[in-house]
Ligand binder design. Structure first.
Ligand code: PFF
Length: 451
């Protein structure tokens, strides 16, 4: 078997893992969910869940990955002795591969929308109005074209492997993303109406905090945002060296991810009210705040229009930011099936990438042509149900099926205090009892509601 890739440094891992975590989920999903779930109350619940549930669950994936040094199917298959455990582990791993692929299949379509909106200001500037209106209206041909473009970009980066592909591109793309985001926030906060958006975002209505839908949405969002429950973080963990302090890396990653989601909220919610100031309606007929695709594709462009001459440039920058964020996430999704196919079956990486990439792309195109029936269904199935359920399975594997000694040793490697560190001592119990209980408690009302 070819030598396995490894990230060259702590920064390389952080950039790649943050690249995976920070995506459309942070800049679009989190602010949208916040707007839909009543503002600051959602933010508080989300932050609590990110650190008290998602972070320890992330540590389960990173630790298993680094200890087993394998793709998700083989890693889980070898977590404990015995045939039954082996088959259960491998099946959960396969469910992860399937879920990562499902997520990529709808994510590539969304990312394609970002790309078409990135190109549109250019066609407008050169006066190609027909092209502009084609680029702005959702339809199977536009969506197919941009989904293909985005998917091929994803495949080309993944073919490069860990250092030359994932690490190099994430390290280039992540800092540009942050720069564009901050520049946009500074502009929007100076505009009329911005303060009203800030208030909604930061002043909580505590009566909503125990709403079961809010809790479930916040948990789903936290898992999606940290790329949990599909094996992405497990495979990235398998590329981390034994010398790294894993709990600290995981904590930095959680901080970066939640920090960027929070920062994106500082852009999107105020921008909605700035748009309202300029005459774009932001409440629907039922009196609820506009969310979903409308948020980005109607509200924000009206803010860009208000900027005068630099508006189109800012629009291009914003949609470029979204495309970059999506790309560093999509490569991490594709790495899940690619690492499985190439390691497990000994297929060369290049072939594994194009085979997995084209199968997923074909499925994306099926979704594009059956958009109404399939898009929401696939997205919900993968993110609302599969991700938390597989995340739960990872915690059960780490807490119940893995030998505690081995788990602690794996977690402690690279930690300055070794197995004496408090985190290393507490985590095995936390992931064994607290994480599964929290996940089940939050999934329960939704699953029961299905029957
Ligand atoms: N974390 C990404 C986002 O917030 O957009 C989405 C994601 C990436 C989910 C990778 C799952 C995954 F494996």
């Amino acid at each position: 078997m070819a030598a396995r890739g490894e990230f060259s440094s702590r920064l390389g891992f952080l950039m790649a893992a943050a690249g995976s975590a920070v995506g459309l989920g942070n800049i679009w999903g989190f602010p949208t969910q916040t707007a839909e779930n009543g503002g600051a109350a959602f933010v508080i619940v989300y932050l609590a869940l990110a650190f008290l549930l998602a972070y320890p669950a992330l540590m389960a994936e990173l630790t298993i990955g680094r200890a087993k040094r394998a793709n998700v199917v083989d890693a889980l298959g070898h977590i404990s002795e015995g045939k039954v455990a082996h088959y259960i582990g491998a099946s959960v791993g396969l469910a992860g591969v399937l879920t990562a692929s499902l997520i990529l299949s709808f994510y590539a379509i969304l990312a394609g929308w970002m790309m078409s909106h990135m190109v549109e200001p250019i066609t407008t500037m050169v006066g190609a109005t027909d092209a502009s209106s084609w680029l702005l209206s959702q339809g199977p041909f536009r969506d197919t074209l941009f989904t293909i473009l985005f998917s091929v970009l994803t495949m080309l980066i993944i073919v490069g492997g860990v250092r030359e592909g994932i690490e190099k591109w994430s390290t280039r793309l992540m800092p540009s993303l942050l720069t564009i985001l901050i520049a946009l926030i500074l502009y929007v906060l100076l505009q009329p109406g911005a303060v009203e958006g800030l208030q909604l975002y930061l002043v909580p209505d505590f009566s909503r905090i125990t709403d079961p839908d809010l809790l479930m949405n916040a948990m789903g969002q936290a898992f999606f945002s940290l790329s949990l429950g599909v094996g992405t973080m497990l495979i990235y963990g398998s590329y981390v060296s034994e010398q790294e302090n894993l709990p600290r890396l995981g904590a930095s990653l959680t901080l970066i991810d939640t920090g960027i989601a929070f920062t994106a909220g500082l852009l999107i919610l105020p921008a909605m009210f700035v748009a309202q100031h300029y005459g774009t309606p932001i409440y629907n007929d039922a009196g609820e705040l506009a969310a979903g695709p409308g948020l980005i594709f109607s509200v924000l462009p009206s803010v860009f229009d208000s900027m005068g001459g630099i508006g189109p440039i800012v629009a291009i920058a914003f949609f470029l930011l979204m495309t970059i964020a999506a790309l560093t996430s999509s490569i991490s999704m594709l790495e899940v099936p690619v690492s499985f196919v190439s390691e497990h079956f000994g297929v060369p990486r290049k072939i594994a990438t194009f085979v997995a990439g084209f199968i997923i792309l074909s499925f994306s195109i099926v979704i594009v042509f059956n958009f109404e029936a399939m898009f929401g269904f696939v997205a919900d199935l993968a993110t609302v149900y599969f991700e938390p359920l597989i995340g739960l399975a990872f915690c059960v594997f780490a807490g119940w099926l893995w030998s505690r000694n081995e788990a602690m040793k794996a977690l402690a490697s690279g930690h300055p205090d070794g197995e004496g560190a408090w985190f290393v001592k507490v985590w095995p119990y936390y992931v064994k009892f607290v994480c599964p209980t929290l996940i089940i408690a939050m999934l329960y009302p939704t699953i029961m509601g299905l029957f």
